[in-house]
Design a protein around this ligand. Sequence first.
Ligand SMILES: [Fe+2]
Length: 216
Amino acid sequence: MVITRRRLLGRTGLMLASGGLVAKALAAEPTMPMAMGPFYPVQKPTDADADLVQVAGRAARAAGTPIEVSGRILDRHGKPVPGARIEVWQANAAGRYAHKSDDSSVPLDPNFEGFANLTADRDGAYRYLTIEPGAYRAGDYWRAKHIHYQVDGRVNRLVTQMYFAGDQLIAQDRTLAQDLEQKVGAPVPPVIFARDLGKRPDGVSRLAFDVILIDG
Ligand SMILES: [Fe+2]
């Protein structure tokens, strides 16, 4: 099983390396559901806008490497899902969630929002500015860097996670491996990585992550 799982991870990496053309061809493959994890913010922070690096009323910005993430919410036929609600939540740059149940000794960042509640526009598009999340310990292994998503379309709700290509911790992340088990033997490998869109003029890296809901 381990070998198969590794092969799947390898294929996922390959797919990413081959670039946008392949990603486009896979656009109709529904995004795979993944673990919600223990840190979904049931208690919402007061600031939940699309700028996670700037908390309302605070002068300083979040620590870490800023990234801009954008994408589209589509159905399996490639049709946009306007009005889809996108919730994202993540650890801060040091790998800590602003969640009561995260008992890590890593410090909180009061200047980091950690959560955003977004609505897809008429093209199904969304965008937010955040920082690259830190990896964190989960028992005896590391969670690779990831951003959690919950997407509510008109018909479907999907909980998934977006990963970062080239992250050395991917291969040992057992939470991810468990999620990928459901895709072993699937004809098309799942899209789990953000696509690199290059840098903005101000140097901030731009990443893309489309979410495909079965029926939108
Ligand atoms: Fe997480």
